[in-house]
Design a protein around this ligand. Sequence first.
Ligand code: ARG
Length: 447
Amino acid sequence: MLAFSESVSIDRRLAPFDIAGSKAHAAMLARVGLITRAQGSAIQRGLDAILVEIQAGRFKWDTALEDVHMNIERALARRVPAAERLHTARSRNDQVATDIRLFLKHACAVLREKLRLAGLAILASARANADIVIPGYTHLQRAQPVPLSHHLFAWLEMLERDRGRLAVVAANANWCPLGSGAIAGTTLPIDREFTARALGFVDAKGRPQVTQNSMDAVADRDLCIEFAAAAALAGTHLSRIAEDLILWSSAEFRFAELPEAFSTGSSLMPQKKNFDACELIRGKSARLQGNLHTLLTLVKGLPMTYNRDLQEDKPPVFDSFDQTAICADVLAGAIAGVRFNKERCAAAVADPSLLATDLVDYLVLRGVPFREAHHAVGAAVALSERKGVPLNRLATADLREVHPGFGKDWAKVFNLGRALKGRTGTGMPGPAQIRRQFARWGRLLKS
Ligand code: ARG
């Protein structure tokens, strides 16, 4: 049963947050007179010393003491007689709920920063390859030409939404459960607002924020689920980015050359260079989704309020944090080493059929209804395939037979510079908009 029920092997990483919570609680107990000032300071000093020991790796964790809370309290009792009073007006239920909230506020800040750094690496790559244009794809078929930077900015949009979600999770975590006790608070005269303030559970104006229902406060694990959801979605985005890079580095595309440091060879095929870094990012995203599912299932059938099942919240939460963090780090490092192949990109985007839609627009501007123009260009594409002549090299007379709307100047459409320049609206890949987006991302990703 000991081996089965212990959690200290996992929740010991909550120690810095547990100690911060206990210090704030002790300060509050002293303030309201439930312990003396001297007892309060002795407890604070003892907890500080324990934290130093833990950080130096000298602390002896004992699984017989079950969890991080009991380990620290027992160690404190060996140093400070007043330790026996620390748990006044507190339960491990509101204690662990507080620890998790403190941990999640920290975890969200760390992941936001790591995603920002990954974004900066992507932005640097966009800057270094600002003159490259590639085909954009739908259904993995060549669709329309876009600057490579426009594609990379699409990645940045995904990661920026992830950063926004993590900020929301951190804001939701910013309510202090201490004082909820085991389930029904306490009859002792505590000051919840004081503890909340001491732990930084405050709004923008510095006003303390405390949870509003003692039962919900100890039963609630929404934040773990929200955090895992934000991490799972970030992982999904990182996976899609990784997949783009894997495709681009295949011999079929060869748009990009992999950095050696983030690739591996094959034990059998001497010529192989595999982008394992990106494949692992793709793989880890499955694990992040699994963690979210674990947490949802963990909570769904629990009667109010705290149940020991909830102890199983920590492995998936910690894993989602660790794996998202390292995926962001690895992506940032890998991107920095990816070399884009200008010639291959230029050859791919030279395919004139990528501008077939622009030819439709040409007809539309000459008064042809869109459906009719679309049909006419479709027929022109079929003609070029039948004749084995590129779309932009068809004879004007042949095109006129397809549709009388084609003028003498129809072939001007087949110019990449012109095609991009015409895309002037917000969110489009025209050069003026791309310049705007470079400036915008520079601002958004500044620390
Ligand atoms: N280790 C426990 C957990 O993580 C702490 C709370 C234990 N509470 C209790 N009543 N046994 O959930």
